[in-house]
Design a protein around this ligand. Sequence first.
Ligand SMILES: NC(=O)c1ccc[n+]([C@@H]2O[C@H](COP(=O)([O-])OP(=O)(O)OC[C@H]3O[C@@H](n4cnc5c(N)ncnc54)[C@H](OP(=O)(O)O)[C@@H]3O)[C@@H](O)[C@H]2O)c1
Length: 310
Amino acid sequence: MDYTTLGRTGLKVSVMGLGCGGPSRIGQATGNTEEESIAIIKHGLNSSINFIDTAEFYRTEKIVGKGIEGFNREDLVLSTKKSTWGSIKPDKVIKSLERSLKNLGTDYIDIYHLHGVILQDYDNLYSEVVPTLLEMRDQGKIRFLGITERFNVDPQHTMLQRALKDDIWDVMMVGFNILNQSARERIFLATMEKKIGILIMFAVRLAFSRPIRLKQCIDELIQNKQINPSVIDKEDPLGFLIHNKGVESVVDAAYRFCNYEPGTHVILSGTGNLDHLKENIKIMQKPPLPKEDVIKLKEIFRNVDSITGE
Ligand SMILES: NC(=O)c1ccc[n+]([C@@H]2O[C@H](COP(=O)([O-])OP(=O)(O)OC[C@H]3O[C@@H](n4cnc5c(N)ncnc54)[C@H](OP(=O)(O)O)[C@@H]3O)[C@@H](O)[C@H]2O)c1
């Protein structure tokens, strides 16, 4: 597993991070027992992944706490989040953080995010909640501040573009994948300059793990004129990537495409399936996609900013 430096945090992180939310919630949404989900975490950590992302909202923090038992805390980078929907006041943030610390069985969080922020809420959260986060950081309970977008309702990244104007965020979690590459110009150019650490979500999601969903997305993009139907095979839209020097599967293409995108640091992979985890770990160790395939993917999807692959 390759390691990289997470921007200005200086943290050494594995390029693959274990995502404990998404459609699988490490299997808690797909029928795993708690033991099976713990086994996923332990397998990831034993395979050199050192980055784990969870959130109070996912209800997987306690499982992560059990999964990391027996590992050296200093070797791990833990990322968790405060939900930002409903009313959030400073006292609630303090309580949430204390609960997250207890659930995870640790006395500090490496990256504490405001979760799923939308543009309309940003200014209020900034003035009401950020001062408390800074106090918590001064107390050593948080090492770095992060913010995540609500990609499904903001596939154009309007909130993160606003957040980039405040020099407070050390880490941002961004929706980016083969279908919606709009973060390249709108987010990564600036984050590379500011040395903000970038975590990628939605690399695979549903569009790249369920062929039927990919076809639906392509149909939608043709209908709203974001892709040109003459440049894509509607029946097998990404089939051209599978060849001798290419990838073995669409999932393979989806993770590698993100892994080698300049400006990205950690590609989050969410799964409740141990075989998928093993496969994804192998994928993340493979080289970039062939140059001509990347060029073609950039060309086909260059105007897309309306879809997430959910
Ligand atoms: N706004 C936010 O802050 C926000 C929003 C979304 C996500 N996130 C974070 O980002 C993480 C990553 O997002 P994600 O969970 O959507 O991850 P993802 O890796 O993009 O996609 C996960 C989906 O792909 C499937 N999958 C994974 N590997 C596979 C394989 N080898 N073959 C076939 N299917 C495969 C999973 O099902 P199986 O379980 O069957 O493998 C699951 O349905 C989340 O877990 C969460 O930590 C944050």
